[in-house]
Design a protein around this ligand. Structure first.
Ligand code: ADP
Length: 190
């Protein structure tokens, strides 16, 4: 199994690259952001809880997020591997993911981080907000909060997997194809 974490700040291009990776490597794509947006659009209890945090640019609590992720992984017993997009975003989420995969007799193969500077991210997300319909993409102070949360709570996950020699850093500026080529180089060496 290849289990990949696609990592990087909001707006760094994770979703775009994930779509290309699953095409080439037949992995199951799990985006916790997409899962929350699905729940919110259907006004489920989980969606209504998540909305309170997402609307402020905060993380949804681990107690909610980890259970949702676990259910999704367990609903794909046939999977050849997974690509985790937007998860883990905290150290406890990373520990829970490792424990889940260990229970399935597998593990994370690599974490690929897309590097993009803060000011570029704000520009990209504001632009995306014009068409995405996402309220969390349209307000600069909410976007700045998401970046702050990323730097304080999520960035340490890179070092957590670096200690396991699994973290790779890739320049997230360039064409979609150039970035994908760099990701492919890492994956083909695994
Ligand atoms: P982006 O990468 O552009 O921030 P996502 O779609 O990954 O967008 O996430 C949107 C929002 O959903 C996040 O700002 C956060 O509030 C919530 N969210 C997504 N994944 C997680 C997670 N693993 N833990 C906590 N909250 C999450």
């Amino acid at each position: 199994m290849i289990n990949l974490i696609l990592f990087g700040p909001p707006g760094s291009g994770k979703g775009t690259q994930a779509a290309k990776i699953i095409e080439k490597y037949t992995l199951i794509h799990i985006s916790t952001g997409d899962l929350f947006r699905y729940e919110m659009s259907h006004d489920t209890p989980l969606g209504m809880q998540a909305k309170e945090y997402i609307g402020k640019g905060e993380l949804v609590p681990d107690s909610i997020t980890i259970g949702m992720l676990r259910n999704k992984v367990e609903s794909h017993p046939e999977a050849k591997g997974f690509i985790f997009d937007g998860f883990p975003r905290t150290i406890p989420q990373a520990e829970a993911l490792d424990a889940l995969l260990t229970g399935m007799e597998t593990s994370i193969s690599a974490l690929i981080a897309l590097e993009v500077q803060d000011e570029e991210i704000i520009k990209r997300i504001m632009l995306r907000g014009e068409t995405s319909g996402r309220p969390d993409d349209s307000d600069e102070s909410i976007i700045r909060n998401r970046i702050e949360v990323y730097n304080s709570e999520t960035a340490p996950v890179f070092d957590y997997y670096k200690q396991q020699n699994k973290s790779y850093s890739i320049n997230g500026i360039g064409t979609i194809e150039e970035i994908f080529d760099h990701i492919s180089e890492v994956l083909d060496d695994l």
